[in-house]
Design a protein around this ligand. Structure first.
Ligand code: PGA
Length: 257
């Protein structure tokens, strides 16, 4: 059985005091349920890099995992403004969101660059969360599946059979991110099924059944149950609603069937 993954993407929000307070409030809600939750789900938060040390400290002793929102693919070097995988690992970061639509569209990250980052994450035994998703235009013109499967294929280039199961894929339709418009559970399930089908074709049934495919785009405490109860939706990548402890905790407690 795949464990659900509920991941909070804090984006470029908060200061150290607020980040610590948010973690404390999330822990107050979730720590008492940790043993039950651990049976079938994992929880992760991804703060901005500069808040990672404070958040790592605030998370000490909890089962909530620490993620990053991006990273460079090299271990070190002359890359002004970038953060390397070993730096994240030093603070206990285990997961890294890669190819988020804001990275693709605002910062012009290409499939090739994202693929290098995926391979670097795997090399460092981190869990890459590879984001894929179509824009409004691509959606309206019926190209959603083509776009998503191409991003998936390019993102997975060179990912070995034995490593693919370490990854998670996040389907995030760009038109649903931060807009309050979410894909319907049926729409999302159809794309998730196709993503799993593509992984199956290339990596076989057993591996395809292991890879988690999570949904992102205006997930909140009201729509999460209907999304994550779909068989191919293995969790959620949550932006806005992950900045409020009570809604994030409610999302984590989602009914999954
Ligand atoms: P949202 O963001 O939940 O605010 O739509 C999701 C994401 O960008 O990962």
């Amino acid at each position: 059985m795949r464990k659900k993954l509920i991941a909070g993407n804090w984006k470029m929000h908060l200061l150290p005091v607020g980040a610590r307070a948010l973690v404390e409030r999330i822990r107050a809600e979730l720590d008492p349920l940790a043993a039950t939750l651990a049976k079938d789900r994992e929880v992760m938060v991804a703060p901005p890099d500069i808040l990672i040390p404070a958040v790592a400290q605030a998370l000490a002793g909890s089962s909530i995992l620490l993620g990053a929102q991006n990273m460079h693919f090299e271990d070190k070097g002359a890359f002004t403004g970038e953060v390397a995988p070993p730096m994240l690992l030093a603070y206990g970061v285990t997961h890294v969101i890669l190819g988020h639509s804001e990275r693709r569209h605002i910062f012009h990250e290409t499939d090739d660059l994202i693929n290098k980052k995926v391979l670097a994450a795997i090399h460092h035994r981190m869990t890459p969360i590879l984001c894929v998703g179509e824009t409004q235009d691509e959606h309206d013109s019926g190209r959603a599946l083509d776009v998503v499967l191409r991003q998936l294929q390019r993102g997975l280039e060179g990912v070995a059979d034995d490593h693919v199961t370490r990854m998670a894929i996040a389907y995030e339709p760009v038109w649903a991110i931060g807009t309050g418009r979410t894909a319907t559970p049926a729409q999302a399930e159809a794309i998730h099924g196709a993503i799993r089908g593509a992984i199956l074709e290339r990596y076989g049934r057993e591996r395809a059944d292991t890879v988690r495919i999570i949904y992102g785009g205006s997930v909140n405490d009201e729509n999460v149950d209907s999304l994550v109860s779909k068989p191919d939706i293995d969790g959620a990548l949550v932006g806005g609603a992950s900045l409020k402890a009570d809604s994030f905790a409610r999302i984590v407690r989602a009914r999954t069937r």
